[in-house]
Ligand binder design. Sequence first.
Ligand code: PMP
Length: 289
Amino acid sequence: MKIYMNGQLVPERAAKVSVFDHGLLYGDGVFEGIRSYNGRVFMLEAHIDRLYRSAKAIDLTIPLSREGLTRAVVRTCKANRTLNGYIRLIVTRGVGSLGLNPYTCKTPQVIIISGAIQLYPPKLYEEGLSIITVGTLRNHTEAVNPKIKSLNYLNNILAKIEAINAGCMEAIMLNPQGFVAEATGDNVFAVRGKVLITPPPWCGTLDGITRNVVMQLASDRGFEAVEDVLTRYDLYTADEVFLTGTAAEVIPVVKIDRRTIGSGKPGAVTRQLAQAFHRFATTHGTPIR
Ligand code: PMP
């Protein structure tokens, strides 16, 4: 496998970062997780835009133009023949001194890894996930804004630890006001009749790209897809609940906190949107040439 590092494709074993990189020392950096399907990179422009917004929010200047970075992603996929896979685009603050001050880091590092994707087991798409709400709150939006896709995922990891220790693969995180924010690596939707509700970013969610595509596909199909505040009550009493994310795509949730959601089986709306998403994702994107 070839890894893109600062303008060059290098063999995997040569792809090393310094122990003084603030990405390692402090989780100071930003990233994107992107998919390719059938030789096309899905929603590449949206991912590049979000990466630049995340970088801007942490006052990190990406040392490449958007066009240059787009070309670098395609070039890495081509080199690794990542025609159906996963791409991790990372920009770290770079090497600096052993203090927090990010301005001691003079050269941000741009890294692109492209390879295989690890999804939930297929069985879970058929049967649905059992998940829990956890005690670890989502970061306050005025502390670390969850719109920033940063290299510091400890908030999510603490919630994931709670989920795994309770025998679940995912957790729903609440925000400091007690409203539903998102799952540790996915956005959450509740379905009520023909209405789909997902929390607005100010509730502590990443502005998910899969989420936004699903909202568009849903409204094209006669659903009303809205951003609104959700409580645990709204999840427990929803007809259907599902999660969305680049790696997960659309996955049904059938139990939350051991309570049965809807019929206890993946619902018709979730199934319809999962299919629509898969069709859309496998037919759109930036060609890998
Ligand atoms: N929330 C979090 C915390 C995430 O890390 C992700 C991405 N894995 C998502 C939501 C889903 O966002 P996207 O659809 O853009 O992958």
